[in-house]
Every structure is written in C-alpha cells, then in structure tokens.
Design a protein around this ligand. Structure first.
Ligand code: SF4
Length: 287
C-alpha cells in the first residue's frame, strides 16, 4: 500500500490474517506472516502530522490482539489530528474486555467500520464463510456500550442485493446509534474474481433495491452513503448519497468517461473493473 501525503485514502495494512473468508474478499487471507507491528509503528512515526484520514485494515486487525492497541495509541500520539477508521469484522469485540480496552484508549476521532452482509445469520454467515453473525452483533453492542463511533457496511452483489431493504430495517431497528451506513459496489479482485459467477450482477439491475434501502434509511435520518458506484447508473435522487470512495491509487475512468460532463463529480471505477462493469455506463450531459 502506498502512502501519499495529500491523499484521503491512506491506510495501514496491519495483518493479512483473517478469521473469516468472505466470498468477495479483495484481499484473501494468509495463514502465516511476520508480525507487521514494529514496521507499522515506525511508519506512523514518519507520517505527516497533517494526514487527514488513516484507515487501519487487513485481514482482520483484531487478530493482532493487544498489538492493535499499540497501533491506535501510536496514531493518537504522532497523528493527533488524523481521523482513524478501523475496518474490522467485529467478531473479536464480542469479548467485552477487548471492547473495553479499545474504548480505554480514548482516541478522539476513531470510527469502527463493521460489515454486516445480511439481516439473517444464514445469509451473513454464508458470505463470510464462518459462524460470525451473532458475535459481530454482540461486538457492535459492546462497542456501543462504550460509546464508540460505529459504521455499518455492506458489499452489494448477487447474494446480498435482494434483502437490502430488509437489511436496512434490521439496522434501523437494532442499531439506530450507528453514525454511518455504507452501501458499497463490489471490487472484482481477489476472491470476488474467483467467485465472480456466483457474485456478479450488473449494478444497474439492483438499483431499485438500492433506492428503497437508501430512501428508507435517509427518511429515518440515518447517515447513509453509496460507495464505488458510478453516477450514470444511479437515478438522480441517489446522487447526493454517492461518494468518491475509491482510493486514488486504484481509481480509473473508462474511455466513455472522457466525454462525460460529470467526470469530476463521479467516483469512477476500481482499476480491477476494467473488464467487469455495468453495461449501462454512458457519458452524461449537463442539460
Ligand atoms: S460516463 Fe464515466 S464519468 Fe460519466 S458518470 Fe459514467 S462512469 Fe462516471
């Protein structure tokens, strides 16, 4: 991963190990690795203090155990102005003491991004390829007890799109305290590429479910965003929710985009999408 001083998408890869094996994981897990903590601590000490945002990602960062807290403490010390986002499956926070240790760090600007792929254990656990649904839910509640800032995420593909409206109801009823909900188009790399026949659906074909989901959450004053989807396949009423979410180092545009009046507003594509994107992509005109 590259560090770019002015990028809003910098992230630390803290481990490549994981306790899930999600069908669409862009970063397949490894079984063994050298501990990356020392090198990451060094990197944090060298980063520009003006870094606006830093992701902490993996793999599953909580598999580092207490080393994760060393990383977050170092960020607090060397990068006091930087917003941190910890991307975790939340399973480890089922352990009340572990959640408490995180809260005790009192990082002033930490968000914990946790994926929930369905409103049922059957479907969520099928996607993550292990039994994690109830552990993740307990983890979310433990973190909420300690007043941590939580974001819920999902990746939209053939196995998740149909239940999106029910998923939204589930989140609203059970986790009304979350600060953000992210609905993400799929990056077609890693295991997603391997399982592409099971997972791929043209994003255009799930727009009606996406629209219902976003409307439902927005009407209930939940803070909701759409990541990784292009403006030309989204109805205009969804545009205010679309974010330019793809990290600059893997963000591309297609030939069609050169003629598009909304090129600058649109988030474009993952570089891995070169040969796998909606067939409804088309340049837009302002009038
Ligand atoms: S044509 Fe390209 S730049 Fe324009 S909205 Fe579509 S994807 Fe975005």
């Amino acid at each position: 991963m590259l560090y770019e001083k002015n990028s809003l998408h910098n992230a630390l890869m803290v481990t490549e190990r994981c306790n899930c094996n999600c069908l669409m994981c862009p970063q397949p897990r490894v079984k063994e690795e050298e501990n990356k903590t020392e090198i990451n601590l060094k990197l944090i000490s060298l980063m520009d203090k003006a870094t606006k945002y830093l992701g902490i990602t993996g793999g599953e960062p909580t598999l580092m155990g207490d080393d994760l807290f060393k990383i977050i403490s170092a960020c607090k010390k060397y990068l006091p102005e930087t917003a941190l986002e910890l991307l975790t499956n939340g399973i480890q926070f089922e352990n009340f003491e572990y959640a408490k240790k995180l809260a005790c760090l009192e990082h002033p600007n930490l968000t914990i991004g946790i994926p929930l792929y369905a409103d049922t254990d059957l479907e969520h656990d099928h996607i993550i390829q292990t039994k994690g649904f109830y552990k993740t839910i307990q983890g979310i509640y433990n973190l909420a007890l300690f007043k941590q800032k939580i974001e819920i995420r999902t990746v939209i593909h053939r196995l998740t799109y149909e239940r999106l409206p029910k998923w939204a109801e589930f989140i609203y009823h059970n986790f009304p305290f979350v600060i953000h909900i992210a609905l993400m188009g799929m990056e077609t790399i890693g295991l997603a590429r391997k399982n592409i026949d099971r997972l791929w659906i043209d994003p255009y074909d799930y727009i009606s479910q996406l629209e219902k989901t976003v409307e439902y959450l927005d009407q209930r004053l939940m803070n909701v965003s759409i990541y990784n989807l292009q403006l030309c396949i989204l109805p205009r009423d969804l545009w205010p929710f679309a974010r330019k979410s793809i990290s600059s180092w893997k963000n591309i545009y297609l030939e069609e985009c050169q003629q598009c009046d909304f090129h600058d507003e649109c988030g474009g594509f993952f570089s891995s999408s070169k040969d796998k994107y909606s067939k409804y992509i088309h340049p837009l005109r302002r009038n």
